[in-house]
Design a protein around this ligand. Structure first.
Ligand code: SF4
Length: 411
């Protein structure tokens, strides 16, 4: 799909389903049938405006959303041939208007602060600016994008897209301070009196710990190794040996494995569930396999050892047991231990958010009020701190939903 004619032809395949399962499956509930109708009539500007109703980051979501399990996976056309290429069309239409900004309400004199400019912070900042707020944003990194720029490799996501976002954000009047870490460089308590509302979306900046005895085998975390603020690929080439086992099968694990393969490493992914249950995107998993990465599913890492100078990872085979109520548990198969030779072990089994941003305050989360609420009625949280799935579209939705609550903020 390269030309406008291609876009029109693709949109013509849409059945305009009354129940629109694609919309139901989309966490942002993007109005996909109306968008398709506008595209097939050649109304690209109208299609872009329709998308603006529910999304502020179509150039990101169109490229990175795991739509094969969301809108595309639920498209009625799956039963009749091939599903609509919804994400590709979303990105393609957005690319026709790269610097276009949404319509803005007149200034309302209220001030809003966003801490962290990943997908959640960006969407919240843009939503609040659209509503006429004067928006300041602070990010600890030297550029915006959060995990999009720090963790997702360039072969999966063209980082130049973020330059477009920066132009848009600046055109919307959002002022950004880079290289400032709230909780260290400046305290939240010093910032609060200056704003009517605050949205905190610092992402997941800490890796989850690994419960494994390594017995001298080097253990790394993908979250650290992928972070371009810390390491460049040439560093990883030197730091890690030839054979690497990566534990986990989310997108971070697959990105890690694919980065290492490009550095000449022999990579085995070890995952305790079946590939079908993995949180990583299907395209990403297939790409990893195509690049020669071995995926050993249904294996639970137990311990590492070094014998006769050879390092290995001992894994138990696992089985997924389904209870009568449908709940699934993982059980190890007795006596099924097997060894995988390796030089280095990399864990990619999740991240969590640090609480540095709250230093010097007594704020606590109030999930009983809303997923985004804190004990201060003017301060809200979003992004990976509240997103169970840790998908980009959920981060964007959290920024948009929290913006509705932020608009109720008052000093
Ligand atoms: S489910 Fe597929 S065919 Fe039906 S409205 Fe959505 S995109 Fe169109």
């Amino acid at each position: 799909m390269n030309t406008r004619e291609d876009f029109v032809a693709e949109a013509r395949r849409c059945l305009q389903c009354k129940n629109a399962p694609c919309v139901v499956a989309c966490p942002a509930h993007n109005p996909i049938p109306r968008f398709m109708k506008a595209v097939r009539e050649g109304g690209f500007a109208e299609a872009k405006t329709i998308w603006d109703e529910t999304s502020v980051l179509p150039e990101i979501c169109g490229r990175l959303c795991q739509n094969e399990t969301l809108c595309v996976g639920h498209c009625t056309m799956n039963k009749l041939g091939a599903p609509l290429k919804i994400g590709e069309l979303e990105a393609a239409v957005s690319d026709l208007f790269p610097l276009d900004i949404p319509s803005m309400s007149p200034p309302n004199g209220r001030r809003h602060l966003v801490i962290g400019l990943g997908p959640a912070g960006l969407s919240n900042a843009m939503e609040m600016a659209k509503m006429g707020y004067f928006v300041d944003a602070i990010d600890a990194n030297p550029d915006l994008g959060g995990a999009l720029i720090n963790l997702i490799p360039g072969f999966r996501f063209d980082h130049r897209i973020l330059e477009r976002i920066r132009h848009k954000v600046e055109a919307m009047g959002i002022r950004i301070q880079y290289g400032v870490e709230v909780g260290k460089t400046v305290l939240l308590s010093e910032l609060l009196p200056r704003y009517d509302s605050v949205f905190i979306a610092c992402g997941s900046d800490l890796p989850q710990g690994a419960e494994i005895e390594t017995h001298g085998v080097p253990l790394w975390y993908a979250h650290d190794l992928l972070d371009r603020q810390r390491y460049q690929p040439s560093d990883l080439k030197e730091m890690l040996g030839k054979a690497v086992a990566v534990v986990g099968l989310g997108n971070v694990a697959v990105d890690m494995a694919r980065v290492l393969v490009r550095l000449g490493k022999r990579v085995t992914i070890v995952y305790r569930r079946s590939v079908n249950e993995a949180p990583a995107g299907r395209h990403e998993i297939q790409a990893a396999r195509d690049e020669g990465i071995e995926i050993r599913e249904l294996r639970l890492p137990r311990s590492c050892s070094i014998a006769s100078g050879k390092r290995s990872l001992l894994c138990d085979r696992t089985a997924v047991v389904v209870a009568l109520d449908g709940t699934k548990t993982i059980e190890t198969v007795p006596g099924s231990g097997e060894r995988i030779e390796l030089d280095d072990l990399v864990y990619a089994t999740g991240q969590r958010s640090s609480d540095t941003v709250f230093n010097g305050t007594d704020l606590v989360l109030r999930p009983d009020l809303s997923p985004y609420s804190t004990s201060n009625p003017n301060v809200f949280v979003g992004g990976d701190r509240v997103n169970r799935h840790k998908r980009i579209v959920d981060a964007m939705v959290s920024g948009i939903e929290a913006a509705k609550l932020c608009q109720g903020g008052s000093r």
